[in-house]
Design a protein around this ligand. Structure first.
Ligand SMILES: NC(=O)c1ccc[n+]([C@@H]2O[C@H](COP(=O)([O-])OP(=O)(O)OC[C@H]3O[C@@H](n4cnc5c(N)ncnc54)[C@H](OP(=O)(O)O)[C@@H]3O)[C@@H](O)[C@H]2O)c1
Length: 300
């Protein structure tokens, strides 16, 4: 297939590009850094600097939309919130407009989202059979909902749309584990706040596997939770990680300290979602790493 990827240079995008190339697909990556695309995404990967370079006669069979400014790195000032919004919702709207203009309409759009869609769910389980969650009104939930709505507009052009409600992706190359490794190695790892909040994670091989599966499963459309079937409370996740790294996990990070340090972003760590990948499993996807212990031991 000829596939256009946004965010292909990112943590998840690079892992995905490598798997798509191994499966014989031809890739084009939309990037603000086109000169970096072949070194980051693979030799022979074509780069587009802007969607204006996507001519109507340029055929793509599929689009995978992962671009977005990093959520947790910087404080959520009004300007930062605009950047987070524009880089996801704005870009997705432009992408759908380009799909509408294209002579050869892509068969499928796999578009990014996150389990933050559900807001802080306490102990309730979040199934992807839920299409809307009006009670989740925090910024992250509103951002995910608007990002999904923008992507779903491609259905009117006849393009199948799958929404990738991604959980905490476990990979040695960045994200959550890379951030936790240093404090844990120094014996400073510990639960966050009360530790009772749920963490829904997915090992990177399963994230890539699930995206490839949704690409090929022509009956799949709508939201899919990309999380392992075993969500954990933060305290249990912390204990498992400490055991694998053979380090103590006795020093909790108190909620008020996280709030002081992170402001509004603290709820990303202190709140949580107990997410189940019901619809993904229904499509016949089999997890390689359904349980945390095996996932953490697997090359992470
Ligand atoms: N990693 C996770 O655990 C996780 C969990 C849930 C959801 N997600 C979502 O999945 C997507 C991919 O995640 P990731 O971890 O691979 O992210 P990442 O490493 O931060 O990469 C995202 C990509 O988005 C592009 N980007 C960054 N800032 C941008 C901006 N201001 N405007 C336009 N494009 C921008 C960049 O591509 P260029 O520099 O090439 O333009 C970058 O490579 C993200 O949208 C993220 O929110 C990730």
């Amino acid at each position: 297939m000829d596939i256009l990827i946004t965010g292909g240079t990112g943590l998840l995008g690079r892992a995905l590009c490598s798997a798509l190339l191994a499966n014989g697909h031809r890739l084009t990556v939309l990037s603000r850094r086109p000169e970096k695309v072949s070194s980051l995404c693979g030799e022979g990967v074509r780069a587009l600097r802007s969607l204006d370079e996507w001519w109507p006669e340029m055929p793509f069979d599929a689009i995978i939309n992962l671009a977005g400014a990093p959520i947790i790195d910087l404080p959520w000032s009004e300007t930062r919130k605009q950047t987070l919004w524009r880089s996801r919702v704005g870009l997705t709207q432009q992408l759908v407009a380009a799909i509408e203009r294209a002579r050869h309409k892509p068969g499928v759009l796999l578009s990014g989202s996150a389990i933050g869609y559900y807001g802080d769910c306490g102990d309730a389980t979040c199934s992807d059979a839920i299409y809307s969650n009006p009670s989740a009104q925090d910024f992250g939930a509103r951002l995910c909902a608007a990002w999904e709505t923008a992507a779903l507009a491609a259905e009117t052009a006849g393009t199948r749309v799958c929404l990738l409600r991604t959980g905490l992706v476990l990979t040695p190359h960045g994200g959550l584990l890379a951030r936790l490794r240093l404090p844990f190695s120094l014996g400073l790892g510990g639960r966050l706040g009360g530790g009772q909040q749920w963490m829904s994670w997915i090992q990177i091989e399963d994230w890539v596997g699930a995206v490839l599966h949704l690409l090929d499963t022509t009956s799949a459309r709508g939201p899919y939770n990309l999380t392992a079937p075993q969500a954990l409370r933060n305290a249990d996740f912390t204990a498992e990680l400490g055991a694998i790294l053979q380090r103590p996990t006795l020093l909790p990070a108190p909620a008020f300290v996280l709030k002081l340090l992170l402001g509004q972003r603290a709820y990303l760590l202190l709140g949580g979602q107990r997410v189940l990948p019901d619809r993904l499993i229904e499509t016949g996807y089999h997890f390689r790493h359904p349980e945390i212990r095996g996932a953490l031991r697997s090359r992470l």
